[in-house]
Design a protein. Structure first.
Length: 325
């Protein structure tokens, strides 16, 4: 059995600051369709996606319809990330685009109850903020695969982003045969104390020994900001072969950075900082209360927006004045 692996996607029709695509949604959907077509060409039985399928929980009808059309008669087996739900609240799933995608049949949301595939593989899911499911007593009869949206990787991005090192995370998921993680945007494959970052161009193959649980992060399929350029993010997808215990990495077609980014503007003061940050704050506080508080979200928003230092100083000073929220 072969299984296609996809990381965070952040599909949207709203172009990130400094990108210059003529049609950003077409770029997004093109990458999704490439992955779906590749899964079909490689005879994959299922497709796994690691959460943050959409950029925000208020995606337009056009975005939702485009996703359904791109997936076609295939299906994504996925978890939700914090970008897929309102205010990081699991209770908001039913009023988000994800609910429409599930109702259409193109998306299957994985959870603690294992989904059995071909009588030999069980798929489990741990969406954003959800604990790792405990395996049932008959788990030895199956190959158990976990898809989880949790920050795991080597944090070279920001001190405000809490990232678990793969070696520590592996101890928590050792009961599983394979684990696909999302959230952290820079891909890697980890097994037996060996870490390979997927930050270089070109297709790659891995063979697993079976002595420890492989932790796989395919990275984000879209380059959205300056950090992605600095980190040399390469859009990838993977094909896991259960019988042969191999993983093949395929580079997803993408344009040179100078064709999709206004590189000169990265060094200028971003006059849209306040507007962008304000909108994100409105998004995360709309109708739902976050379980983690506003301060951690604000710090992540500042990083995600690549906020200029003057704006950041104003916001961080305000946080201190009002008691740290």
């Amino acid at each position: 059995m072969k299984i296609a692996l996809i990381g965070d996607m952040h599909l949207s029709n709203k172009m990130p600051v400094n990108r210059i695509d003529s049609d950003y949604l077409a770029t997004c959907i093109g990458k999704l369709k490439f992955c779906v077509d590749m899964a079909r060409d490689k005879d994959c039985s299922i497709i796994l996606q690691a959460g943050d399928l959409t950029e925000n929980p208020f995606a337009s009808y056009r975005v939702t319809a485009s996703i359904i059309d791109a997936i076609g008669d295939s299906q994504l087996n996925c978890v939700y990330g914090q970008h897929d739900i309102i205010g990081h609240s699991a209770g908001s799933v039913e009023v988000c685009p994800l609910a429409v995608l599930m109702a259409s049949g193109c998306v299957n949301l994985l959870g603690a109850t294992g989904t059995v595939i071909q009588d030999k593989v069980r798929l489990y899911g741990a969406s954003y903020g959800i604990s790792i499911p405990e395996l049932p007593t008959d788990s030895d009869h199956y190959i158990n695969i976990l898809v989880m949206h949790a920050s795991v990787g080597i944090n070279k991005v920001s001190e405000h982003i809490a990232v678990s090192h793969p070696s520590e995370f592996q101890k928590r998921v050792s009961a599983y045969d394979y684990v696909l993680v999302g959230d952290f945007h820079y891909g890697f494959v980890y097994q037996q104390d060996n870490l390979c970052e997927l930050l270089s161009s070109g297709n790659t193959a891995f063979r697993f020994s079976g002595k420890s649980t492989p932790i796989i992060n395919m990275g984000c399929l879209l380059r959205r900001n300056k950090t992605d350029i600095v980190q040399n993010l390469i859009p990838n997808m993977g094909v896991l072969d259960i019988e042969n215990k191999t993983l093949e990495i395929y580079e997803v077609p993408h344009k040179p950075i100078e064709e999709i980014f206004n590189l000169a503007s990265f060094d200028e003061t971003n006059r849209t900082d306040i507007q962008t940050i304000t909108q994100k704050i409105l998004d995360i506080t709309h109708d739902w209360q976050s379980h983690e508080g506003l301060k951690p979200q604000l710090l992540r928003i500042l990083d995600a927006c690549e906020c200029n230092q003057n704006t950041r100083n104003i916001i961080e000073t305000a946080i201190v004045k009002i008691g740290g929220i």
